[in-house]
Design a protein around this ligand. Structure first.
Ligand SMILES: [Zn+2]
Length: 346
């Protein structure tokens, strides 16, 4: 049995037979069919992953809940998530969370903060959404930003760290209070980090996890100064789902020709680009996603030859941004569930 992105291949002699999974929004394999469209297996699941009402079972292929392999050996029926085995009948992991020290407020054995309808756990190691959303145990959004030794100058390092701190401090101890679509209230905090490393690729590799559909993802990102090579040459920085970059040439030009304060500007650029990296769009209209601009209002311009008052507007982290990206987690159809709380701008 050879797994593919869409299902699997079996070989009869040298003739391959293609099989396809029909998945739901959580990556559960609901229907298995062959290349002729014949249904070979139908699975229905209890919320925690137990099987019920098995229908057509011409195939005994084992990949089921969250697309994970169901190991039926010795009738133990454990799902293999990579880092840990999961017992769907109990709704519990059999071993503690390897990252348990990060999440004191929840049991290291519980699955997806006991909310399997909303969350999936891509590999049993780091669900990315942690906590319970309460005031004492807010949801935590984790992302790491690595830069190679010597690749950023002092101002860029300072700006990056200030931006990270600004996200992490948002909402104070309990996080940002967010009203969900169903009217309930959740608290959301950030756990972002910035770190100088010898090798960014190696550091990112340490944050690897597999999505429910078998794709490899990382919550680690690279920070650099290559905005010119993939972003707009007019901008002060760029970002995608795995990178945040400063554009030093444009930043310096903005400082000298427009009179921006350099350290505030770099911090603002970092806040804005991290915002993209976490899934924000300009159209979100939040202060985090507002672009760095110089604002001069008519009333601030002196007409009498005195000093002109010029104000600068920099992006700042905001509760409304947090609410925007957090609520995207509640829209699994438009943003296919990939194990992240946020959706990322590609
Ligand atoms: Zn932007």
């Amino acid at each position: 049995m050879i797994l593919t992105e869409e299902g699997y291949i079996t070989l009869e002699g040298t003739t391959p037979a293609y099989h396809y999974y029909l998945k739901d929004h959580q990556g559960n394999n609901r229907v298995v069919m062959d290349q002729g469209g014949t249904v070979l297996q139908v699975n229905h699941y209890y919320p925690f992953g137990g099987l019920f009402g098995e229908g057509v079972q011409a195939s005994n292929q084992p990949y089921r809940y969250n697309g994970k392999e169901l190991d039926r050996q010795l009738n133990l029926d454990l799902y293999d998530y990579g880092a840990r085995h999961y017992n769907a009948a109990l709704g519990r992991w059999l071993t503690v969370d390897p990252l348990a020290e990060k999440y004191y407020s929840i049991s290291p054995y519980n699955y997806c903060a006991n909310n399997p309808v909303r969350y999936i756990d891509p590999d049993g190691r780091d669900g990315m959404v942690t906590g319970t959303g309460t005031q004492n145990g807010p949801y935590v959004i984790t992302a790491a930003y690595y830069y190679e030794k010597g690749s950023l100058d002092k101002d860029q390092v300072k700006g990056l760290n200030s931006a990270v701190k600004s996200y992490n401090n948002l909402g104070g101890k309990n996080g940002v209070k967010v009203t969900n679509e169903d009217g309930s209230v959740s608290y959301v905090k950030y756990n972002l980090s910035a770190e100088e490393v010898d090798n960014v690729d190696a550091a990112r590799a340490g944050t690897q996890f597999e999505t429910s559909s078998g794709e490899t993802r990382y919550y680690g990102n690279k920070v650099g100064t290559e905005a010119n090579t993939y972003g707009s040459i007019d901008e002060l920085g760029s970002a995608n789902n795995i990178r945040v970059d400063f554009n030093p040439t444009n930043i310096d030009a903005a400082v000298s020709s427009e009179g921006y304060n350099k350290s505030s500007l770099i911090k603002g650029v970092a806040i804005h680009e991290i915002g993209h990296n976490l899934g924000g769009e300009h159209s979100d209209g939040t202060s985090t996603m507002s672009q760095v601009t110089k604002t001069i209002t008519t009333s601030q311009i002196s007409t009498g030859g005195g000093n002109n008052n010029v104000t600068y507007s920099y992006p700042s982290t905001s509760a409304s941004f947090t609410k925007t990206i957090f609520q995207r987690r509640d829209a699994p159809k438009s943003h296919p569930s990939d194990g992240r709380i946020w959706t990322r701008k590609q």
